[in-house]
Structures are given as structure tokens and as C-alpha cells.
Ligand binder design. Structure first.
Ligand code: ACO
Length: 384
């Protein structure tokens, strides 16, 4: 029997591991990756591949180290043919994150010889980041009715991804915004998805199964699913002049939650949301639909903060990210915005898995407090 009858609902404020990766100050709205503030990273113009390296190796790379790392990532771009076939057998209406899960579960199925090993864990994680890029390109192209494509080497991860997804040269503005989005979503300590993946790898299951478990948890609307749910709310409102009425009828009435608002850890404005908002501001000028939704979002933000700010409920990272993705050129379709979140977060997931398995491994096996019937006699079916 567990010693205490108390339960920790939602594992709120339970520390399940230590980490060198990410630190969050939820009261002050501070986010740091390996000690570097998210604002400094974005303002420096860093490429996401430098941040991927930082997460897997603990330090920023020099040029030579980055080149070698990028080669490992790019080896993963060329996803096995059976993965592309599997994706293309799924209905065109399929959810993007569920398609990514199917692809990663297929990689787990084929990888029967996997072993956690300090010598190879990071190389394999780099390869998985590349695989995720190849998979996400093909998930997108499948539901858009386009032929399969494989990302190719270029001067940046963001550019290779966008070029393969859209089948044409992306603008520098889109590359910069995609690169920033990839950095902003890289890691966020141990939210539901990372925790789900950690539970899986704590059994020493393979890295692809860990990613599959993390994707399953990311998909829900209270976590990564909010990236698409938030912009879907703006689209549902449809016009700046409807915002107040919609807010009153749907949110103040208590019928629904404002998606992209509120956070388990942040009790103030999510620093990532501020950066997404500034990118949205610049990008929407070239996209009428995104511009319209951005105006709605800003008005909704005002009402939301007025109503909930005092309770510590502010925009989170998902509030403006969908507008940025739309302005880059991705349609509001098949939950692809959450799929783009996953393309980035795979780095944080794997870095946490490696930190856990290599340095602090223990099977995650909590207890439940029994509240059921007292012991009773089991009657065979013909006596019930
Ligand atoms: N809209 C309206 N009310 C809210 C919202 C919201 N978005 N978020 C929290 N609240 C209210 C709750 O109704 C509750 O009110 P009460 O005390 O009067 O009952 C109170 O705030 C506390 O809410 P909880 O759900 O207990 O807080 P929790 O820490 O579990 O919430 C969560 C975190 C799940 C993210 C929540 O804020 C939410 O549902 N937000 C909308 C979904 C969303 O945007 N998710 C993305 C999170 S960020 C990410 O995963 C990348």
C-alpha cells in the first residue's frame, strides 16, 4: 500500500527529473535554454540547428561541430519508403499529429535492434530530427494532394523543410519566421507530452516509441492541439466586429475555454507568445486571411486579459503561432499547426529522454489510492 492517501492531481508541482535543458520562471515570464534567454537567442539570429545541438550536446557548437551535426540530421531527411507508403495509405482527412505518430510507430516497428547507448544516442536523436522533417513534409503533401518529396541539403533546416513542403523556393521572411517558430517550440521542460515520452522510455522502450507516446499527448487541445484550436477560434469569430459578442456567448458564459490562453506554469504573459506576436505583426502584411485573423486575435487578447489577467491567465505560446504558420503559407487544415509544433519539440523530447536514461534512469511507476468496493465474493456468471 502507498504510505499516503493523498494524490497529486495532474502531477502539479511534482518534480519528476532534474534537467540542464530548460528553465522557466512562470511568475516573471522568463524562459531559458541551457542558460540562454529565449529573447537573446531569437535576437541573435541563431539558426534552429544551433539550438538542436545545444539541447543534445549541452553547449553551443562551433562551425565545424555544427556542420557535422547537420550531416547527421540530413541523413534522416530521406525517410524509408515504407514510411511514405504508410502515410499515403491514411485517409486524406487524417490528423497531422496522428499521421506523425503512425510514422514514428512504424519506425519503432522496424527498429528491432535498438539499444540506449551513450556512444550513439545523440547521433540517433539527430537522425530522428531529420526523419521528423521528412515525415512532416510528407504528411503535409499527402493531405494537400501533392506528390511525396524529401527535404534536401540547403543552408538551413528551416529552408530545407519549407522548400520540400511547398515545392518551391521560400521567401527569406518565411524562412526566418519558420526558424524562429522552430526555436520557440524546441522545449518547455516537462509538459504532458515530454512526461508521456519519459514514461515510455523509462521502461527502456526505444527512442521512436518515446516520440510516439509524446506525440499522442501533444495532440490534445489542452496541450499542443491548442496551436490549431486557437486560430480555429479566430476563424470561427470571422470578423473583428464579432469578437465581443462571441467572447460573451462562448467564454464568459462558461461554455468554452479561450484556446491559447492560460498555462500550468506561466502566471503572466508567455515570453514565446510575445515573440510570435511580433513575427505575426510583420508577416501578416502579405496575407489577407492571416491579417484578418490577427486583428481578431489582438482584440480577443485584450478582452481575455481584462477578464482573466488578474487570475494569472494570459496568452500562451499557441495564441499567435497559428497566425505565423498561416502567413508562412500553411493552411488551417488537418491540425498541421500542431504537427509543426511537433517538428520542433522532437528535439526537446529526445534531449530529455537522453538526460533521463543516461543519468537518472528509474522506471516510472506511480501508485493509485484504491477507493473501490471492500473485498467481496466473486459469483460465477450463471449465479449473477
Ligand atoms: N479560458 C478560460 N478559463 C481558463 C482558461 C482559459 N483558457 N485557462 C484556465 N482557465 C480557468 C479555469 O476555468 C479555472 O477556473 P476556476 O478556478 O474558476 O475553476 C482556472 O482558470 C484554473 O484552470 P485549470 O484548468 O485548473 O488550470 P490548469 O493549470 O490545469 O490550466 C491549461 C492549464 C490546461 C493550459 C488551461 O489554461 C487551458 O485549458 N488553456 C486552454 C488550452 C491551451 O491554450 N492549451 C495550451 C497550453 S500551452 C501548451 O501546451 C503549449
Amino acid at each position: 500500500m502507498p504510505e499516503s492517501e493523498e494524490i497529486s492531481r495532474g502531477l502539479e508541482d511534482v518534480n519528476i527529473k532534474w534537467t540542464r535543458l530548460t528553465t522557466i520562471d512562470g511568475e516573471k515570464g522568463i524562459l531559458r535554454y541551457g542558460g540562454y534567454s529565449i529573447e537573446d537567442i531569437i535576437n541573435s539570429g541563431a539558426k534552429v540547428e544551433e539550438i538542436q545541438y545545444l539541447f543534445l550536446y549541452g553547449e553551443l557548437p562551433n562551425k565545424e561541430k555544427l556542420e557535422k551535426f547537420r550531416e547527421n540530421v540530413e541523413k534522416g531527411y530521406n525517410v524509408p519508403g515504407y514510411i511514405i507508403e504508410t502515410i499515403r495509405k491514411l485517409p486524406k482527412e487524417s490528423d497531422s499529429v496522428a499521421m506523425q505518430m503512425t510514422a514514428f510507430a512504424s519506425l519503432a516497428a522496424a527498429e528491432t535492434k535498438f539499444k540506449w547507448n551513450k556512444e550513439t544516442n545523440r547521433e540517433l536523436a539527430a537522425l530522428s530530427i531529420g526523419r521528423m522533417a521528412g515525415i512532416t513534409v510528407n504528411v503535409y503533401r499527402h493531405f494537400m494532394g501533392m506528390e511525396p518529396a524529401i527535404p534536401e541539403h540547403s543552408d538551413s533546416f528551416a529552408k530545407s523543410f519549407l522548400k520540400a513542403a511547398f515545392g518551391k523556393e521560400p521567401s527569406q521572411e518565411s524562412i526566418d519566421a519558420m526558424n524562429a517558430a522552430l526555436i520557440l517550440y524546441t522545449d518547455h521542460e516537462v509538459p504532458a507530452s515530454t512526461t508521456a515520452g519519459l514514461v515510455a522510455v523509462s521502461t527502456l522502450s526505444d527512442i521512436y516509441s518515446g516520440v510516439t507516446a509524446a506525440l499522442a499527448a501533444l495532440k490534445g487541445p489542452l496541450h499542443g492541439g491548442a496551436a490549431e484550436a486557437a486560430i480555429a477560434q479566430f476563424a470561427e469569430i470571422g470578423d473583428e466586429n464579432n469578437v465581443e459578442n462571441w467572447f460573451k456567448n462562448n467564454i464568459l458564459s462558461g461554455n468554452r475555454r479561450l484556446m491559447g490562453f492560460g498555462h500550468r506554469v506561466y502566471k503572466t504573459y508567455d515570453p514565446r507568445a510575445k515573440i510570435f506576436k511580433s513575427f505575426a505583426e510583420k508577416l501578416v502584411k502579405n496575407n489577407k486571411e492571416a491579417e484578418k485573423l490577427f486583428k481578431i486575435a489582438k482584440k480577443l487578447e485584450e478582452l481575455g486579459i481584462k477578464q482573466y489577467g488578474a487570475k494569472g491567465i494570459y496568452p500562451n505560446t499557441d495564441f499567435y503561432s497559428g497566425i505565423v504558420y498561416m502567413a508562412i503559407g500553411f493552411p488551417l487544415k488537418n491540425n498541421i499547426y500542431t504537427g509543426l509544433f511537433a517538428l520542433s519539440r522532437i528535439t526537446g523530447w529526445q534531449a530529455h529522454f537522453i538526460e533521463y536514461v543516461e543519468e537518472q534512469h528509474r522506471l516510472i511507476r506511480p501508485r493509485a489510492v484504491y477507493k473501490g468496493p471492500e473485498p467481496r465474493q466473486f459469483l460465477p456468471i450463471n449465479k449473477r
